[in-house]
Design a protein around this ligand. Structure first.
Ligand code: GLC
Length: 425
């Protein structure tokens, strides 16, 4: 009788373990998506296939604001947060704080080969991996092909050419479109400002930091030159001063309304721009690498989002099922086809169906291979905050002494770098 009971127990336990996790629920935190329909569809598909319910919490759109929301939960060791989207700049911080679960056991080295190396390296901290890349991004130049064609221009190589073309087109279109501006990008004080400015500085052969030496390089000649250019030739000239309070959505709005000749954004914007239901410039837009300064290279900042699992989740294995589903070949392809947004898996860029629909994916793959990462620092948010304050101050306040302000910020950043080195010892 006892033996009989024991057998029943073992069989029941085995059944429970192998059953789909019906009735289970996990909490997923993400920011406000620009294309919500596809997220709803994919989540519904996951729920239907696995029986696991996703309780989704939608945070703010901005990376900086989404970071605040998530880190509050993680600092509180909130056991109700299971899985979340992580910006490409967060893994060092989330790993060293013990917030993100190391995924080495779930996501072995062999399975990482199909993802862009830059995204894998961004998810890696001290030889362990903390995220699975979902999509990859890099800054691009969007332009009104119809207008450039009309004035006999090709996509500009340099920032000077961009400014000259913009001024000529805006002047020529005055009567037809008095609201037309030359350029729209993101210069609000938040993470996007760092992305935009890094592109400009590196495109003038500048550099933000020398991590080996522990020095911050804002005051160096090429950086100062590029910043001065943005202040004197771009903001309030080809771009309205309003860009100083623009994040991605506001800057895209100007362009999508047909009110800007050039626009800097991530690849996600292309699908929206070419959707006639949402855009006034559908079919009139093309993309190019961002302009450079003479002697510099074209630079797009590396962006992108990864799935990560909270160290405090009580449902890590269920969370992993969701991550594996969302980053699978099948879902990455579905997502790409639906949104025109480039996924992190390289195989999608060889898929004939995807290439037929989005021939520009081939070009994007090259841009991603050479995209410029932001410095990987455990205290990245504090570092970024110092940069944001500096850039915004010198761009927004007329007469702000540029070199002096750069020197002060360098000193502030060097203190921070020292602190991080000491904490590491
Ligand atoms: C995009 C990028 C992300 C970046 C953010 C800045 O979401 O993917 O990496 O930090 O924009 O606004």
């Amino acid at each position: 009788m006892l033996r009989y009971r024991a057998v029943i127990l073992v069989v029941t336990a085995a059944l429970v373990l192998s059953l789909p996790a019906a009735g289970e629920e996990i909490t997923f935190v993400m920011w406000k998506p620009s294309q919500p329909e596809i997220w709803n569809r994919l989540i519904a598909l996951f729920e239907q296939e696995t029986g696991i319910r996703i309780n989704r919490e939608i945070g703010p759109h901005s990376s900086t604001a989404a970071h605040t929301l998530l880190t509050q939960k993680l600092k509180n060791q909130d056991p109700d947060l299971d899985v979340f989207l992580m910006d490409v700049i967060w893994p060092a911080e989330f790993a060293s704080a013990g917030w993100a679960l190391s995924l080495d056991d779930y996501f072995p080295a062999g399975e990482r080969d199909d993802f862009f190396p830059a995204a894998i390296s961004a998810c890696t901290f001290r030889d362990r991996i903390y995220g699975v890349p979902f999509w990859i991004s890099a800054g691009l130049l969007y332009y009104r092909k119809d207008l450039l064609d009309k004035y006999g221009f090709k996509a500009p190589e340099t920032w000077d050419q961009m400014v000259a073309q913009a001024l000529e087109i805006v002047a020529g279109e005055q009567t037809e479109n008095p609201a037309l501006k030359g350029y729209s990008a993101q210069f609000k004080q938040y993470e996007g400002l760092v992305c935009n400015m890094q592109e400009l500085l590196l495109g003038n052969r500048g550099a933000l930091v020398d991590l080996e030496a522990g020095t911050s390089l804002l005051h160096t000649r090429r950086n100062v030159e590029a910043i001065r250019y943005v202040r004197d030739a771009i903001i309030g000239k080809v771009a309205p001063r309003g860009v100083l309070i623009y994040e991605e959505p506001e800057s895209l709005h100007l362009f999508i309304q047909g009110h800007a000749v050039f626009h800097r954004n991530w690849p996600y914007a292309l699908g929206i721009l070419n959707d006639p239901a949402k855009s006034r410039v559908s079919g009139k837009v093309d993309i190019a690498v961002l302009p450079r300064f003479p002697g510099g290279k074209h630079v797009g900042t590396l962006g992108g989002w990864q799935f990560a699992i909270s160290s405090f989740s009580r449902k890590k294995h269920l969370a992993w099922q969701f991550v594996r589903f969302m980053t699978s070949d099948r879902i990455q392809k579905l997502f790409a086809l639906d949104t025109a947004q480039p996924p992190a898996r390289k195989s999608v860029y060889r898929d004939p169906e995807v290439l037929r629909q989005y021939p520009h994916f081939k070009r994007l793959a090259d841009v991603f291979e050479s995209a410029a990462p932001r410095p990987a620092l455990a205290l990245y948010p504090m570092y970024s905050n110092a940069l944001q304050r500096f850039f915004h101050r010198v761009l927004a306040i007329p007469g702000m002494p540029l070199e002096e302000s750069a020197g002060q910020t360098d000193a502030e950043i060097e203190d921070l770098l020292r602190l991080m080195r000491e904490a590491d010892r």
